[in-house]
Design a protein around this ligand. Structure first.
Ligand SMILES: Cc1cc2nc3c(=O)[nH]c(=O)nc-3n(C[C@H](O)[C@H](O)[C@H](O)COP(=O)(O)O)c2cc1C
Length: 257
């Protein structure tokens, strides 16, 4: 099995998103998968100009940048992969501009003048299934601990799945990114035992992708678990005296005191 991960973090290999990708893929490799991470930050990806040249007869389904940047060669990698992982940090409540820029280039592979109905009954246009309809896992990283923070990003991939007829075989959402210290600092792991459980769940998720083609609900729940029970505190913070204490406590947590 060939797994291709597309990392949309500008920090590329040095970032938190990459650290989680590596964990996931280490599990997949243990089960014999061939895995590759494409760090978009290392590539030249022009943004779509919406010039629509790709929808004219002389340049049909070919972007004006197709020979000038790396998007087309990454599309070729996607076409030969069995499974994709779309990985992104949350940037201002949504997917990163880098990943969005890349996905917008899919436009040049689709004939938007040709109508189709998706498997889930949505009206859409023609798509290149080799590029757009691959089974995929979404992997999202953010720092904030509130459950609301990654919702836009989570929903982006859910909607992508339905319009693109791409099976969404796993949804990894890791908040509290700073607590993980990119796997380098044992201190946080000692303070929050759930961190070790999350790491183990990511590896297990990778194994399951190879064995069963999807991440089991139980593993996903462990990978996405709260490190600090913010939902519970969320109720408490409605009471004024608690709010003050909690803001102070949060400051201490993040400054490591
Ligand atoms: C421009 C920018 C915007 C960000 N916006 C958010 C945000 O809205 N919510 C959040 O929780 N974290 C936000 N972050 C933090 C990143 O999502 C977080 O640090 C993530 O783990 C970074 O992953 P990386 O190291 O792979 O880039 C933002 C970071 C940057 C650079």
């Amino acid at each position: 099995m060939k797994i291709l991960a597309i990392n949309g973090s500008y920090r590329g290999e040095k970032g938190q998103t990459n650290a989680f990708l590596e964990l996931l893929l280490s599990g997949a490799r243990e089960e014999g998968a061939e895995c590759e991470i494409v760090a978009l930050a290392k590539h030249k990806i022009h943004h779509c100009l919406s010039c629509d040249t790709c929808h004219t007869p002389n340049h049909y389904l070919k972007c004006v940048y197709s020979e000038k940047d790396d998007a087309a060669s990454i599309f070729d990698k996607i076409a030969t992969a069995d499974l994709l992982v779309y990985a992104t940090p949350v940037y201002v409540f949504g997917i990163s501009s880098l990943l969005k820029t890349f996905i917008e280039r899919f436009y040049s592979t689709c004939d938007v003048n040709q109508f189709r109905v998706t498997k889930s009954g949505l009206f859409f246009h023609h798509i290149d299934e080799k590029v757009c309809s691959k089974d995929f896992v979404s992997l999202i990283c953010c720092d904030n601990l509130d459950k609301e923070m990654p919702i836009n990003t989570r929903d982006y991939f859910r909607i992508y799945s339905r319009f693109m007829d791409a099976k969404h075989v796993g949804e990894l959402i890791r908040n509290g990114g700073r607590l993980f210290q990119r796997g380098q600092d044992q201190k946080e792991e000692n303070r929050f035992p759930a961190i070790a459980e999350v790491y183990a769940a990511y590896k297990q998720a990778g194994r399951e992708l190879v064995i069963d083609g999807h991440i089991h609900a139980r593993t996903q729940k462990r990978a996405n678990q709260e490190i600090i029970p913010v939902s519970f505190f969320g109720q408490l913070k409605k009471l004024k005296p608690f709010k003050k204490v909690m803001v102070q406590r949060a400051k201490e947590l993040f400054s490591g005191n």
